[in-house]
Design a protein around this ligand. Sequence first.
Ligand SMILES: [Zn+2]
Length: 118
Amino acid sequence: MHEFSLCQSVITIVLDKAKSMGYEAQAVRQIELGVGQLAGVDIESMRFWFPVAAKDTPLVQSILNIAIKPAWAHCLTCTHDYQLSRFYDACPKCQSHDKEILTGQDMLVEKIEFVTSE
Ligand SMILES: [Zn+2]
């Protein structure tokens, strides 16, 4: 249930942001979550657990949209930057495994959409 606690942290982040932006938490309509390809997060599991985690919070009506973010690495052998889908992917140019992961290991709340009442 690793994803359940991740959903709980997403909810905490969104509630904090809503508050700091001066919105009611109930006004959160959609949450856009970017998940890096190498973040080790099971997207299906996130989708399953989010409503369960949100049930007793003001985000019970909110929709969670998840976007998978590509991962990039920098080759330490030939300095080529390349996209990778697994940690052990080698550099496509020189086949080296010596690399620095640039992006794709994190999870980020990218956007929160609020219902605006006119
Ligand atoms: Zn290389």
